[in-house]
Design a protein around this ligand. Structure first.
Ligand SMILES: [Fe+2]
Ligand SMILES: [Fe+2]
Length: 191
């Protein structure tokens, strides 16, 4: 097994709560499918998915504290919803703590909550594997439909997921990350 993957699995085993371990495992399984279907490097997808939620169990106060400690830029929307910082912190941890220099992995992890206007195939696989893992599908029949589409057309699945996510946030009167809108508009043009 790839040494980085081995180190990440050990770190997760020791440091993360069980519910998060389970989510990461389920996302990795979807990642295996989507990597094969889309012919992308499974190792990269696996490293990104193992690392994406290393800070997901932190509360708002801890996230802000950790971001300040690491001199991270905190945008307006991240101040409003500090949970958005967990991707940035995870990306930094992968870089500094696990010596990962692959830009595609670091970028996919950094923006896995919002999506981004620059998304490689690997990023799209990582993003959707996190969002359409089986436990999350239980929340909505629309998501189950999106998963089916994502398995046959990655871009269309991503567009539909972003539409779903934006509608969901509007219905709950929640803020929408500007990068989510940018990513959605770009995909909407091409699909
Ligand atoms: Fe996350
Ligand atoms: Fe996640």
């Amino acid at each position: 097994m790839n040494r980085t993957i081995f180190r990440l699995i050990n770190y997760i085993e020791v440091n993360l709560p069980q519910n998060l371990k389970n989510h990461i495992n389920r996302a990795c399984k979807i990642g295996e499918d989507l990597s094969e279907i889309n012919n992308v490097d499974l190792n990269k997808v696996k490293i990104a998915l193992l690392g994406h939620d290393l800070y997901r169990a932190y509360n708002n106060k801890e996230l802000l504290k950790e971001a300040e400690k690491n001199n991270l830029y905190i945008s307006k929307i991240e101040k409003l919803s500090p949970i958005l910082l967990h991707g940035k912190l995870a990306s930094l941890k992968l870089k500094k703590g696990f010596q990962i220099s692959d830009k595609e992995i670091l970028h996919s992890v950094k923006w896995h909550t919002s999506a981004h206007k620059d998304m490689s195939k690997i990023f799209k696989v990582v993003f959707l594997s996190d969002k359409i893992e089986p436990e999350k599908l239980k929340k909505s029949t629309e998501l189950a439909q999106i998963r089916k589409i994502a398995y046959s057309d990655l871009d269309l699945g991503l567009l539909m997921y972003l539409n779903y996510n934006i509608k969901f946030r509007i219905n709950r009167n929640e803020p929408i990350h500007p990068y989510t809108i940018q990513a959605r508009n770009l995909l909407q043009k091409t699909n």
